[in-house]
Structure formats: structure tokens, C-alpha cells
Write a protein that binds this ligand. Structure first.
Ligand code: 8YV
Length: 313
């Protein structure tokens, strides 16, 4: 008889993490099951732990099938897709992987901003398609000395601001509460958007921040403004954004996250003024190894009866 507790895995994880999980748990992979309903009917009642991605969390319909659940270990910092009230009510723990991915997400925010302003992706396509001998690209926009607005000044927002300081511009922010920082505070995303050239989204997703960036905010950002999102798709009204980039209401956008991932509205595909990446802000060898180590550390701590290193609940 195996003494390993049963763990439900909800999405592919990197091979070394899957191996570490298999050493400790009897792992059941829901994402590989042909019939999820039947799979949960067979294994659900034994499951004590869940390993999942930040972008997947724990769907309520799955959580409801796991009566013995003790801990949800998220391989990511965002816990917007896990119902924390339900976790408290049912008495299971939730852990995430903060801090270790902050630098990567901030780095990608800078990369996306430069990519959007300087048309990096379009330029690459131009060369590959053999267009260079036929003419130059239209001009891009300057990055240095711009006004940068950051929505959400938590760990990631601050790391973005720190990097932006090298560009000799001005930095403003909008956040839930005023912060002790040398950046200009704005009372709302709309006020920030009206002031800045580049609006970077780094806030946590929640019911309160859903569609925080809506039509009026994009209108305030204006025809020279660029939107960058490395947070969650739900923070932006994607229909309003598509309309804005299609009609020149804003200059462009660089998006790593979308409302209905991995589905990206087709309207975006043909637009030269948008840069689209597949939710890859934390996707480096180094950071994914650090995240994996934290997932394991939280699970180990729980099953050893110790305090979790990075608990959410
Ligand atoms: C990951 C994320 O892409 O940290 C988060 O909240 O969304 C990302 O780091 C995802 O969680 C990987 O599983």
C-alpha cells in the first residue's frame, strides 16, 4: 500500500517539478484525463493536494469534487482563480510563489514596452519577409524620457518602476493606497492614463479590478499612448481595447495576458500596432526552477505539519 498522499495536477508543469511531485505523491493528472467527470468521480475523494498554475487556479466545479482537500499549491503569484473565501470556509490551505518571479515579470514589461514603441516584432517580420530591400518601416516612438504610468504598485509594479528610472522620464502610478515612493500618485487609472504616454498594468486581478482599464481609460490614454499588460487579462476590457487599437484611439498595445487564455480575439492578429505574447512573463529556466522549488517547499511544509513558506490562506 502506497503511503503517498494523492495529488491532483491541473496543468502541465515543468518536468523536474513533475518528477519532484511524483516522488512525494500519487499524482493524478486531470488535464490528461479523457473524461474529467469520470476521472474526478474515481479519484476526487482521495485528493489531499492540488498543484496548479496561476492562470488556472482551482475551478469551483473541480474544488467541489475534492472533499478531502488540504492544500492548493499554485505555481504562480496570482491567486485570482482560487476562491479564498471557499478555502477558508472549507479549511484548506492555499500557497503561491511570490517574489521569485518579480524580476522576470518586470523585465518583460520593459521588453514589451520597447517592443511596442520601437516596433521590434514588426521589424523582425519585415526582415524575415524580405521586405527590407523594398523600403523602410514607418517610424516608431521613443522610449527614453517618456511619462510612464503604472497601475498597481505592489512588488511587481515597484520592480517595473525601478527599471523605468533608467529611461530618464517621469513615473506615475495609481494604486489602492498612497505609497511611500518618489513617484507621482494619481487618484485613478483614468487620471494616470490622461497624464502618461505608456500605461503599464501590474495590479492583482480581483472582482474589484475587473475591467479597471475600460473604454474611457483608453480614451484618456489617447492616440499617442501605449498600453502594456503583464498582469491579468481580466483587468482590461478586451473588446474596448481591440476597438481602441483598431481605430487609433491609442497608438498600440503589448499584451502578455488575455481575458480568455489561450484564446486571443482574432481581431488582434492582423494589427501591426500590437505585440502579443503567450503569458510568458515568468517563463525562464531560472525563475520556473525557483517557482517549482517554492511549490515543493509549501507542499512539504504542509505534509510535515510546519508553517507554509508562502501562504495565501
Ligand atoms: C504563470 C502567473 O504563467 O504567477 C502568475 O500568476 O500567471 C505566471 O507566473 C503561471 O502561473 C504558470 O503556472
Amino acid at each position: 500500500l502506497s503511503m503517498k498522499p494523492d495529488l491532483l495536477q491541473l496543468c502541465p508543469l515543468m518536468p523536474s517539478l513533475e518528477a519532484d511531485l511524483a516522488e512525494r505523491f500519487t499524482v493524478h493528472r486531470l488535464h490528461e484525463a479523457a473524461d474529467a467527470e469520470a476521472f474526478l468521480a474515481t479519484h476526487g475523494s482521495a485528493i489531499k493536494a492540488v498543484a496548479t498554475g496561476g492562470h488556472i487556479g482551482l475551478p469551483p466545479a473541480v474544488g467541489a469534487r475534492l472533499p478531502a482537500l488540504e492544500i492548493v499549491a499554485i505555481n504562480g503569484v496570482g491567486y485570482d482563480k482560487v476562491d479564498l473565501a471557499e478555502a477558508r470556509r472549507r479549511g484548506y490551505r492555499v500557497a503561491n510563489t511570490p517574489d521569485v518571479l518579480t524580476e522576470d515579470v518586470a523585465d518583460l514589461a520593459i521588453g514589451l514596452t520597447i517592443a511596442a514603441l520601437r516596433q521590434l516584432v514588426r521589424g523582425d517580420g519585415h526582415v524575415r519577409a524580405g521586405q527590407w530591400p523594398k523600403g523602410d518601416l514607418p517610424l516608431g516612438r521613443k522610449m527614453s524620457r517618456k511619462k510612464f504610468g503604472i497601475v498597481g504598485l505592489g512588488r511587481i509594479g515597484r520592480a517595473i518602476a525601478k527599471r523605468l528610472q533608467a529611461f530618464d522620464g517621469e513615473i506615475g502610478y495609481a494604486s489602492r493606497s498612497p505609497q511611500d515612493v518618489p513617484y507621482r500618485a494619481f487618484e485613478s487609472p483614468a487620471a494616470l492614463a490622461a497624464w502618461c504616454d505608456v500605461l503599464i498594468i501590474a495590479a492583482a486581478a480581483s472582482a474589484e479590478t475587473r475591467h479597471l482599464i475600460n473604454g474611457p481609460v483608453l480614451e484618456a490614454l489617447g492616440p499617442k499612448g501605449v498600453l502594456v499588460n503583464v498582469a491579468r487579462g481580466s483587468l482590461v476590457d478586451e473588446k474596448a481595447l481591440l476597438h481602441a487599437v483598431q481605430h487609433g484611439q491609442i497608438a498600440g498595445a503589448a499584451l502578455d495576458v488575455f481575458e480568455n487564455e489561450p484564446h486571443v480575439p482574432e481581431g488582434f492578429h492582423g494589427l501591426p500596432n500590437v505585440v502579443l505574447t503567450p503569458h510568458m512573463a515568468s517563463a525562464t529556466h531560472e525563475t520556473r526552477a525557483d517557482m517549482a522549488a517554492l511549490v515543493i517547499a509549501n507542499l512539504d511544509a504542509h505534509f510535515a505539519g510546519r508553517a507554509l513558506p508562502t501562504p495565501v490562506v
